[in-house]
Design a protein around this ligand. Structure first.
Ligand code: SF4
Ligand code: SF4
Length: 153
C-alpha cells in the first residue's frame, strides 16, 4: 500500500509539475502511441483512481469495449507488441486519459522521456520532475495486471 504520510508532499510536487506541462501540444497527436504498450506501472492510489474513473464514467460501456479489444500490434519481421488494456486500437486514444498514471502524463514532457517528434518545446524543469519522481518512488508500483492479482489475493 502507498505510504500515506507522503501524500501531501507528493501532491504538492505533482501540482508543481502539472502546472509546467503544456498538454495542449499533444491534443490530437498520437505519434508516441507505441509507448502505450502493456506493462506501465502505477501506484495503488493511481490504480484505484483508474478503477473509480472507469466504474463512474458515463462511457463505461465504451471503456469495457476497449478492454475487450485484441491488443496485439504486428510490427513486422515476426515482432509484435501487446498494448495497454486501455489503449483504444481503432482511435489510438487512451480510454482513461483523465485518470492515466503519472508515467503516461510525463511522457514527452520530461528530459528523460522526450517527445519522439520534438513537438514539445518546453519540458518540465528537471529538478522539479526529479523531486516528483523521488517522492513517487517511495510508493509501491505495479502493473494493472499485478494490482488486479493483489486485489484478488
Ligand atoms: S508527446 Fe509528442 S508524440 Fe506524444 S502526443 Fe505529445 S506531441 Fe505527440
Ligand atoms: S493508461 Fe492510457 S496513456 Fe497510459 S499506457 Fe494505458 S492507454 Fe496509454
Amino acid at each position: 500500500m502507498p505510504v500515506q504520510p507522503l501524500e501531501g508532499e507528493h501532491a504538492a510536487r505533482l501540482r508543481c509539475v502539472n502546472e509546467q506541462m503544456d498538454l495542449s501540444v499533444c491534443n490530437g497527436c498520437g505519434e508516441c502511441r507505441l509507448r502505450c504498450a502493456t506493462g506501465v506501472q502505477m501506484s495503488r492510489l493511481e490504480y484505484d483512481a483508474i478503477q473509480r474513473f472507469e466504474s463512474e464514467s458515463l462511457d463505461r460501456d465504451s471503456i469495457a469495449k476497449v478492454r475487450r479489444q485484441d491488443k496485439s500490434v504486428d510490427l513486422g519481421d515476426g515482432v509484435s507488441v501487446t498494448m495497454c488494456r486501455y489503449y483504444d486500437m481503432p482511435s489510438g486514444r487512451c480510454a482513461v486519459y483523465p485518470a492515466r498514471p503519472l508515467v503516461c502524463r510525463l511522457l514527452g514532457h520530461v528530459e528523460w522521456m522526450p517527445c519522439p517528434i520534438d513537438k514539445v518545446e518546453k519540458v518540465v524543469s528537471t529538478p522539479d520532475a526529479l523531486a516528483l519522481m523521488e517522492s513517487y518512488s517511495r510508493y509501491s508500483r505495479k502493473t494493472f495486471e499485478e494490482w488486479d492479482a493483489a486485489a484478488d489475493a
